[in-house]
Design a protein around this ligand. Structure first.
Ligand code: PLP
Length: 421
């Protein structure tokens, strides 16, 4: 019954160091968030001990009476959150949710049409080294070179030419809302299934601040740990009973063995929180923060430094910065902001001349800082810090900017009262 610090001081130190890093820096990776303490408690619990292959009421192990309660709560809550008739809450991650969803929809050799990774799609939407690109034939759509937006008329023409069995809507780096009705109508016209991967914007959907893909899609997948701010994991939703059966059998036994019941319990907690007014207010601040950042990074002094914002703004929780004409490449900009105390990730822009390890862009998101409590004033200050660094480049006064970051971080304590976790 020894504590972590007693059994393994090296790993205990990692946890303490990481808590310190999260507290003392400003987290602006668009796919990250801070799970509430209640979610951390559910995840770091005795539920990790339990095998529960199968589904509530139909398990292959005894002793599942309590984990059944947790899974049923997670299912009921997520169904009500997104207005879906069926939900599977067992996927270990977004990628495993997508693997099971694809296996439920199509068979190896069938064709999927998804947004190219280089233009903001996800690995699991058909990238050639990913299972999706290996198992399925892939046709990729792209954004337009002048607008950086998806042109739905061109997508329709491509779908008519390619005749895919599945069309995927969803992205990891795209700053605008998608037209789910148009995707649905194209899918119907070519006889394809329509799958939406709402991993990034699910929290906005839950808060009613982004169109909901569920009524339009045959299948919707999501992660739970991005804007939704729950445990690192995935979910699959559908409104069709036959599809739901296929999804269940393709998660277990198709893709996975025992579900992670501690994560399932954490999901139930996250879905409860996501239905609250407080959560909605936080998503509003998330959007407001992204708009403030986009506005600052499109002001003339930043534009003069060769920096621009893809599509000229944002409708969601992230801003994509185009550095193709800047003195900094993506790696240098990421490193510079890291020195200042702001964590972001470099990101290829569409038609990027630089390789993926360098890139000519940044993806900057506001969910984690909104969770931390940031409002318009703090997002204005952090946007000013980012704008200054991107303008000044190698000449940046790192110490001065870092002092401003430290002040912001200190004003919004993260996990107050936690000594370590
Ligand atoms: N789908 C989208 C759109 C994503 O952006 C991501 C993660 O970045 C995933 C799926 C995969 O999630 P995970 O990293 O949990 O496998």
């Amino acid at each position: 019954n020894q504590s972590l610090a007693e059994v393994d001081p090296e790993i205990a130190a990692v946890l303490t160091d990481e808590l310190g890093r999260q507290r003392n820096t400003l987290e602006m990776i668009a796919s990250e968030n801070f799970a509430p303490r209640a979610v951390l408690e559910a995840q770091g619990s005795v539920l990790t001990n339990k095998y529960a292959e199968g589904y509530p009421g139909r398990r292959y192990y005894g002793g599942c009476e309590f984990v059944d309660v947790a899974e049923n709560l997670a299912i009921d809550r997520v169904k009500s959150l997104f207005g879906a008739k069926f939900a599977n809450v067992q996927p270990h991650s977004g990628a495993s949710a997508n693997a099971a969803a694809l296996a439920a929809m199509i068979k190896p050799g069938d064709k999927m049409l998804g947004l190219s990774l280089a233009h903001g799609g996800h690995l699991t939407h058909g990238m050639k080294l990913n299972f999706s690109g290996k198992l399925y034939e892939v046709a990729a759509y792209e954004v337009e070179a002048d607008t950086f937006r998806i042109d739905m008329d061109k997508l329709r023409e491509q779908a008519l030419r390619e005749r895919p069995q599945v069309i995927v809507a969803g992205w990891s780096a795209y700053p605008r809302q998608l037209d789910f009705a148009a995707f649905r109508s194209i899918a119907d016209e070519v006889g394809a299934l329509f799958w939406t991967d709402m991993a990034h914007f699910a929290g906005l959907v839950a808060a009613g601040l982004h169109p909901n893909p569920v009524p339009y899609s045959d299948v919707v997948t999501s992660t739970v740990h991005k804007t939704l701010a729950g445990p690192r994991s995935g979910i699959i939703l559908s409104n069709e009973a036959e599809m739901a059966k296929k999804i269940n059998s393709n998660v277990f036994p198709g893709q996975q063995g025992g579900p992670l019941m501690h994560a399932v319990a954490g999901k139930a907690v996250a879905f409860k929180i996501a239905a609250s007014e407080e959560f909605k207010e936080r998503q509003e601040r998330t959007l407001e923060g992204a708009r403030i950042l986009a506005e600052r990074l499109t002001a003339s002094d930043v534009v003069e430094a060769g920096v621009s914002v893809l599509t000229g703004g944002t409708d969601v929780h992230l801003v994509l910065v185009d550095l193709r004409n800047s003195q900094l490449d993506g790696k240098q900009a990421e490193d510079l902001l890291h020195e200042v105390g702001i964590t972001v990730n470099r990101n290829s822009v569409p038609f990027d001349p630089r390789p993926p390890m360098v890139t000519s862009g940044l993806r900057i998101g506001t969910p984690a800082l909104a969770t931390r409590g940031f409002g318009a004033a703090e997002f204005t200050e952090v946007s000013e810090i980012i704008a200054t660094a991107l303008k000044d480049g190698a000449a940046t006064d790192v110490q001065a900017l870092k002092a401003r970051v430290d002040k912001l971080a200190a004003s919004f304590p993260l996990y107050p009262g936690l000594e370590q976790w």
